[in-house]
Design a protein around this ligand. Structure first.
Ligand SMILES: [Zn+2]
Length: 292
């Protein structure tokens, strides 16, 4: 069989494309760690913001309570002074009651002020710790970002080099259209876009191809043409096997006979049901490709 140069070209392209797509996947997953650290940073920044707000509110409350306590203190001492200048029992009783209330008020405010002051001091300490945590996390994000940037530029250089190799391999043998289609197939079919046919079976999807289809495929192959598997859309090529091995891949399509062949065929169709691969009418048998 004359060598199909187009096919050989596609096989070489596939190797380079596999490498390229693996690198592209790395590019996508690389910033994952960075995104995680950035999310952590956003959380601690939010916590810091909330804490700053609470701390400032508490400080205001301390200030206001201090003023009110100071007033209450003045009121109480004022009443105490007035006590010295009372004339009647009635005046004494009235002032005593006011003094008692003033004392209670002063005591309550003192307690509130002290408790708020304690809280405020604790918040100041928490704030310092949170500010340190934010600074630490910012540094972590910066470090991770620098790491990602340098790795990315390295990978992107490699990808550009692989693109260049693809262009060189493709030359004028593969049209731009076929190259784009093929790239898409390789990408969507897990890195395998060109597969052999053994006997009647596509090695990409294990589906059994019609006898005439395989005969046509072999003809095309002789004439430097290519064809696609009607089930999995991969580019296929007929691979000659030794006759004994080949027998296990031959099935008569129209009349189901043979026991061994039946089990293989049903296993193949069972697999095709799990797979998303299915016959695509729009593709036809002549490679009129709509999907890729
Ligand atoms: Zn297939």
């Amino acid at each position: 069989m004359a060598e199909n140069e187009k096919l050989e070209c596609l096989k070489k392209l596939q190797e380079v494309l596999q490498e390229k797509f693996a690198l592209e996947q790395q590019v996508e997953s690389l910033p994952k760690e960075l995104r995680k650290e950035e999310a952590v940073l956003r959380n601690v920044e939010k916590e810091l913001e909330d804490l700053q707000q609470t701390a400032s509110q508490t400080a205001d409350e301390v200030k206001s309570l201090s003023i009110r306590y100071e007033d209450a203190f003045q009121t109480r001492t004022g009443y105490e002074k007035q006590m010295e200048f009372l004339n009647t029992q009635r005046e004494y009783e009235a002032l005593s009651k006011q003094l008692e209330e003033a004392r209670a008020n002063e005591e309550t405010l003192l307690k509130q002020r002290n408790s708020r002051t304690k809280e405020s001091e604790k918040l100041k300490k928490d704030l310092e710790e949170k500010e340190a945590a934010v600074a630490e996390q910012r540094a972590k994000v910066e470090e991770e970002r620098a790491k990602v940037d340098s790795k990315l530029s390295g990978i992107n250089e490699k990808i550009a080099a692989l693109d260049q190799s693809c262009l060189e391999i493709k030359g004028s043998m593969i049209s731009d259209e076929l190259y784009d289609k093929f790239s898409n197939i390789v990408r969507k079919k897990g890195g395998v876009g060109v597969v052999p046919v053994h006997g009647q079976v596509c090695m990409g999807c294990d589906m059994v191809l019609p006898v005439q289809f395989v005969i046509d495929l072999r003809m095309k192959q002789e004439h430097n043409e290519i064809d696609y598997c009607p089930y999995c859309s991969r580019i296929i090529w007929y691979e000659e096997l030794d006759p004994e091995t080949e027998k296990s891949y031959i099935f008569e399509q129209l009349e189901s006979k043979g026991t061994g062949s039946e089990s293989k065929a049903s296993a193949a169709s069972a697999e095709s049901q799990q797979d998303t691969d299915s016959y695509d009418e729009s593709m036809g048998m002549d490679g009129g490709f709509e999907d890729f």
